[in-house]
Design a protein around this ligand. Structure first.
Ligand code: 5RP
Length: 223
């Protein structure tokens, strides 16, 4: 079951957490298992502190006794563990079904190491079938939607806003031939504040499939 695999992947990644670390907490249902496992280890004496990529994850962690700092006062994180919607063998990922991809990308960039946890349904040969979320300044909603359509996407406005008070446009490309070029094109749209293409951020992934956890490690090239 996907939930068992999410838990297994999360528990495997918790093995990387050491005393004294500042840990970045991702967002989503797989990360909920991570926070539960971390909470148990903190109860057993592990000494860590955390920053969070969402209000929901911060609340869940604090409820388990984990100290969560405001990321606004933090410039460097030891290890961040986060979920993904799609991940391929090169550790390129699509994130943001939970709407936190902008904060997730900032925290990933600040992290010495960023690890994805996922069940096997998230593993793909090539990223691009999942919707690609784009966080948008509300003022620029229609303009950014038109630019994304011009890039070939079918675009939908997600209900609700982000923790940052912005909107999310879900862009469906169906297939992405050149992810780097697409990421650069979206980065260049004024009013598009962030998107769910994580092409270089992920250092390793723990993917659990039918009870078996596989760790995929990025090779040692600088990112
Ligand atoms: C939130 C995310 C999530 O990590 C991603 O959507 C995976 O979520 P889940 O573990 O619930 O499948 O990127 O912005």
């Amino acid at each position: 079951m996907a939930d068992d695999d999410k838990r297994l992947a999360a528990e495997a990644a918790v093995g990387e957490v050491r005393d004294g670390m500042l840990v970045g907490l991702g967002t989503g249902s797989t990360v909920a298992f991570l926070i539960a496992a971390l909470g148990e280890r903190v109860r057993d004496g592990l000494r860590i502190e955390a920053v969070s990529t969402s209000i929901a994850s911060a609340r869940a962690a604090e409820a388990l006794g984990i100290i969560v700092h405001d990321f606004a006062g933090v410039a460097r994180v030891d290890l961040t563990i986060d979920g993904a919607d799609e991940i391929d063998a090169q550790l390129r990922a699509i994130k943001g079904a939970g709407g936190a991809m902008l904060r997730e990308k900032v925290v990933a960039a600040a992290s010495d190491r960023m690890v994805v946890i996922a069940d096997g349904t998230k593993r793909v040969n090539a990223i691009g079938a999942a919707k690609l979320p784009v966080e948008v300044l509300p003022f620029a909603r229609s303009f950014v939607a038109a630019r994304l359509e011009a890039l070939g996407a079918a675009v939908g406005l997600r209900e609700g806003g982000t923790d940052n008070g912005n909107l999310i446009l879900d862009a469906r490309f169906g297939r992405i031939d050149d992810a780097r070029a697409l990421a650069a094109a979206i980065d260049a749209i004024p009013g598009a504040l962030g998107h769910g293409l994580f092409l270089r951020e992920v250092d390793a992934a723990y993917v659990a499939d039918a009870g078996v956890v596989t760790r995929i490690e990025r090779d040692q090239r600088p990112r």
